[in-house]
Write a protein that binds this ligand. Structure first.
Ligand SMILES: NC(=O)c1ccc[n+]([C@@H]2O[C@H](COP(=O)([O-])OP(=O)(O)OC[C@H]3O[C@@H](n4cnc5c(N)ncnc54)[C@H](OP(=O)(O)O)[C@@H]3O)[C@@H](O)[C@H]2O)c1
Length: 259
């Protein structure tokens, strides 16, 4: 009888809520062994409890990913519980929204640290092992803000372009070694980050937060907000099928790889 394939060891960053939590649920249902990470340890334990109740194997690593040593700590947690990661989903993010004159260099740096520096550090640490095993996958939860520009999001849009660019470079370097790299690009998704961005736009005095939220939904080419679970389902499908593209635009009907 053929041996069952080993179950993927998968790190999902920013899995305490929103899209990351939905991804954790979708991947647990697909049999992944999960390492969940975010700053809010209590929220992570809640998500871990939900998944364990459905029979999943889960470890948590509460940490601020921008701090020195944080990425190594998450990788060590994976090693300790399950072994080297097969998949790393870099999803943790913040989305500062303000006029360019109010966006500080610190905000730009912090946003780059989280959206580019953290996936870079994970790739740098994990790539040698993934190449050696000729198996692995890096997923960047990017955005259509990594493909085009939106007003009042200079730091975020610049960082998401960086995240997509990093994925393209890693794909070119690692896909020949059978390590797939994807940048998944939804438009606006109905989560806390979007609600906060709508409040920030409202605070500029242009409209109510609800009007700003509806304007964001209308900016999506699909004409509505994405649901976190449809983003999660797309990630789970990429990880199951491992198609050969890199930048996957979800704000199309149907979603498609783009150059
Ligand atoms: N919502 C959208 O419209 C949209 C669209 C396209 C792409 N995205 C991307 O999707 C990803 C998830 O966004 P979301 O909408 O699910 O946002 P969310 O609900 O605010 O969740 C963000 C997650 O990132 C974690 N996080 C933030 N800063 C962190 C840090 N310094 N260290 C560790 N974890 C950190 C948060 O947990 P803690 O606060 O507990 O640390 C949380 O789990 C982001 O990369 C975002 O840019 C979102």
């Amino acid at each position: 009888m053929a041996e069952a394939a080993p179950r993927s060891v998968t790190i999902v960053t920013g899995s305490s809520r929103g899209i990351g939590r939905a991804i954790a649920h979708a991947l647990a249902a697909a049999g992944h062994r999960l390492v969940l990470t975010a700053r809010d340890g209590a929220a992570l334990l809640d998500v871990a409890g939900e998944l364990e109740a459905r029979g999943a194997e889960v470890a948590t690593a509460p940490v601020d990913l921008r701090l020195p040593g944080a990425v190594e700590h998450v990788l060590a947690t994976a090693e300790q519980h399950f072994g080297s990661p097969d998949v790393i989903v870099s999803n943790a993010g913040t989305a500062p929204a303000d006029k360019i004159e109010n966006t500080t260099p610190e905000t730009l740096r912090e946003t780059f640290d989280l959206h580019v520096g953290v996936p870079f550090a994970f790739a740098r640490a994990a790539a040698p092992q993934m190449k050696k095993r000729a198996r692995g996958c890096l997923v960047h939860l990017a955005s259509t803000a990594g493909l085009r520009g939106y007003p009042f999001t200079s730091a975020y849009t610049a960082a998401k372009h960086g995240m997509v660019g990093l994925a393209r470079a890693l794909h070119a370097e690692l896909a020949p070694k059978n390590v797939q790299v994807y940048a998944v690009c939804p438009g606006f998704v109905d989560t806390a980050i979007t609600r906060r961005a709508a409040e920030a736009v409202a605070a500029m005095g242009r409209s109510t937060a609800e009007e700003a939220f509806q304007r964001m939904a209308a900016q999506n080419r699909i004409g509505r907000m994405h649901d976190p679970h449809e983003v999660a389902a797309a990630v789970a499908t990429l990880l199951r099928d491992r198609p050969s593209g890199c930048v996957y635009d979800l704000d199309r009907d149907p979603p498609a790889f783009v150059d």
